[in-house]
Every structure is written in C-alpha cells, then in structure tokens.
Write a protein that binds this ligand. Structure first.
Ligand SMILES: [Zn+2]
Length: 153
C-alpha cells in the first residue's frame, strides 16, 4: 500500500504582540484543517482548586471537557496551550471522543497568529455584570468586534 506523507507541522511558537507567547502559521493553513489536539492531562474539575493550592497548576491552560473533566495544557500539554484568545478568531475548538482539537475556521496565512474564542463561562450562580467581566477578565485582542472580556456573553 502506498503511504502518503502529509506534513502536519503547521505552526511555530514565538512571542506575541497580544499576550506572552503565541502560535503562528509556518505556512498557509487551509480552512477546515485539523491543526492539532489541545493536549494535556485529563483532570477532575472538582480537584482543580486543590491542584492550584498544591502548585500543580496555575489554571491558565485549563480547557473545559465535560461536567466532570477538564484538560490541563500545563500538564503534559503541547503548543496548543499558547494559542491566544480573540473575539474575532481564525480557529475553533471541536471535540471528538472527548478530545479537543484546534481547527482552522478560515484560511490562515503564513505568519498569521492563530487564535480562538476562549468563551470562558461564568460557572455557578454568580451574577456578573458586563463591567465586572471586563474588569476581571479583560480582552485586548484588538478585533473590531472585541467584547472587552474573555468571558462569553
Ligand atoms: Zn477581544
């Protein structure tokens, strides 16, 4: 059987003008491309507060999976954890078999920074005003439609 080698090495991590490190396209990434998995350890959400206190995580790279589990990119994660947030993103997270993957929502040009909408939920019953959202989780992505916060509306 003939094997077709596909070069899936699309990205490189370097410093970002938006925030800290970022992930950039090394070449054009076609729309719909599965770029990579959002890697990391499966962790119990109920343990996260304790894990933070115990110094196992900073919670910065935690991606929600389901009611019970999250993926922590800080533990056993890959470059996907360095993707910054944007309110007008070029990538999205899709789940297959309880595994999050980063997909290109549009064609991404060489040198362009990858981003997706974090859409942090306000979990629990706490009512948060739009002003508090912008104060506590500010967004500086620079998109024209920037909502000013990493939280979803
Ligand atoms: Zn924004």
């Amino acid at each position: 059987m003939e094997m077709i080698a596909i070069d899936r090495d699309f990205t490189v991590v370097r410093n970002s003008a938006v925030h800290g490190k970022g992930v950039f396209a090394k070449k054009t990434i076609p729309k719909g491309t599965r770029i990579f998995e959002y890697g990391g350890e499966r962790v119990l959400k109920s343990n996260l507060a304790k894990d933070l206190v115990d110094g196992l995580t900073s919670l910065v790279y935690v991606m929600n999976l389901n009611e019970t589990y999250a993926v922590d990119g800080e533990r056993g994660g890959n470059d996907a954890r360095f993707i910054n947030h944007s309110c007008d993103p070029n990538c999205e997270v899709l789940y297959f078999n309880n595994t999050p993957y980063i997909y290109a929502m549009k064609e991404i040009q060489e040198g362009e920074e990858l981003n997706f909408d974090y859409k942090y939920g306000s979990e629990g019953d706490v009512e948060v005003t739009d002003e508090q959202k912008r104060e506590w989780f500010p967004c500086n992505c620079g998109a024209e439609n920037c909502r000013g916060t990493l939280l979803s509306n």
